[in-house]
Every structure is written in structure tokens, then in C-alpha cells.
Design a protein around this ligand. Structure first.
Ligand code: SF4
Length: 233
């Protein structure tokens, strides 16, 4: 097992692993992460679906699945988290921002997400995730190259410069059809909003249904330049 502290050049280590695992299956990539980092590896999930959590539980039963509860989630998203926790062989950990929505409203004014979504995401997503990942050397995401132009170059294993961690994206090469096939084959839990016109599920105030022909993330921060919350920048 490898600790990042023992690696002279973790960025080079990550990039080499990314090249070597580029053609590997998602399960092989996650098995490599589990074998390499053990309990210092976790999965993050927005609870849009439980595909990566399911794959990771096959590679490492009882794996930590980190969920960021911004306080603005749809009830369906919280329900998906609870169902994943109840039925899958994973350890769901919920992270919360330091302030409740009411406390944030009192300090910054209501509907900060409309006036300054970057600050809102920084307070409710980026900071809590940074703190929550501090005990891990590597984390897995469900990023896919086909989701949007900003994700087109996602490596299957890369170096997360901001956090100083290895970032694993085991389904980076998958298409939506691959996801649908895996969900169907393994009976994986998905967020009910995915069958109600939403192609990507985030916080309720910043997510709308997508229109025909739009990419999967077009419903996130619609009408703004913003396309990412900063977790993956
Ligand atoms: Fe705030 Fe919207 Fe970001 Fe959620 S997605 S943290 S509501 S700005």
C-alpha cells in the first residue's frame, strides 16, 4: 500500500498511473486505487446515481462514500443517499458546510446562489470537501469526458493540484449508454430526477431540466457562464 507521504513526486506518480490505466476497465482502475491507498481512498458522490459507489464497493467492500450535503439538495437526492446507505456495502459519510442555510442568509443575505454562486459554492461545497478529504490520499469521482467540453480531457487517474491528492475518475471514458447499461445490469440505485427530465442533478436552486439536444450539464447554473462548482477545476 502506498502513502502519498512516501512518494517523492506524487504528481508524476498520478500521471504515470493515468497513462498506464487509460485503457483499463473502471473496476480495474478502482481495484488499483483500493490496493494502492487502502482506507486512505474514498469515493465522492453527488447521489445523481450510485454507479461509482457500486463499482468501488466491488473493489473495496465498505469503502467510504463521501456525500456533500449543501443544504440545498432536492429531497430525491437525500432519499437516494439514504437508500445507498441502507442497501449497499459502503460507508456513507455526509459532510456539511460550517453554516446552515439560515446562518449563511443572516451573514451574506438570502439567495447568495443567485447573486454570487461562486461564493456560495465555495462556502457550501469547496471548503467542506477540502476539510472532509483531509484524511484521504486519493478520491474517486464520477466525472465523464462526454458530459461537457470542460470535462473532455479528464484523466482516469490524475493529480488534484488544489488538494494535493490523487484524483481517480474510473468512468471518465464511459458514455451515457455505458452508465445506463451498468445501472440496468446491476440494478444500481439512481436519483429519481433522472427520469423526470434532469440529466445532471445538483442543488435545487441551480439545477433545471435539460432540453432536447442540450448537453448533460446544460441544466446546471443555466443562463450563467458558470459550468462547474469549483470542485473539479
Ligand atoms: Fe450554492 Fe448553487 Fe453552488 Fe449549491 S450549486 S452551493 S446552491 S451556488
Amino acid at each position: 500500500m502506498t502513502s502519498l507521504a512516501e512518494t517523492d513526486d506524487p504528481k508524476a506518480f498520478a500521471e504515470r498511473a493515468g497513462r498506464e490505466l487509460e485503457e483499463a476497465s473502471a473496476l480495474t482502475i478502482l481495484t488499483w486505487a483500493a490496493d494502492t491507498f487502502g482506507r486512505r481512498f474514498c469515493v465522492t458522490s453527488s447521489m445523481e446515481d450510485a454507479v461509482v459507489a457500486h463499482l468501488a464497493s466491488r473493489a473495496m467492500p465498505g469503502v467510504d462514500v463521501v456525500f456533500l450535503d449543501t443544504g440545498y439538495h432536492f429531497p430525491e437526492t437525500i432519499g437516494t443517499r439514504d437508500a445507498v446507505d441502507a442497501v449497499m456495502d459502503v460507508n456513507v459519510l455526509t459532510l456539511s458546510p460550517r453554516q446552515s442555510v439560515a446562518e449563511q442568509d443572516a451573514e451574506y443575505g438570502p439567495r447568495l446562489h443567485d447573486r454570487d454562486p461562486d461564493l456560495c459554492c465555495a462556502l457550501r461545497k469547496i471548503k467542506p470537501l477540502e476539510e472532509g478529504l483531509s484524511g484521504y490520499d486519493a478520491w474517486a469521482t464520477g466525472l465523464r469526458r462526454d458530459e461537457s467540453p470542460s470535462r473532455a480531457n479528464t484523466p482516469v487517474v490524475g493529480w488534484d493540484m488544489k488538494r494535493g491528492k490523487i484524483k481517480v475518475s474510473p468512468i471518465a471514458r464511459w458514455t451515457q449508454d455505458d452508465v445506463d447499461a451498468y445501472v440496468s445490469e446491476h440494478g444500481v440505485l439512481t436519483n429519481p430526477l433522472l427520469t423526470d427530465g434532469y440529466a445532471s442533478v445538483g442543488c435545487a436552486p441551480c439545477t433545471r431540466r435539460v432540453l432536447d439536444g442540450e448537453d448533460a450539464r446544460a441544466g446546471r447554473w443555466a443562463g450563467r457562464d458558470k459550468t462547474e462548482c469549483g470542485l473539479h477545476g
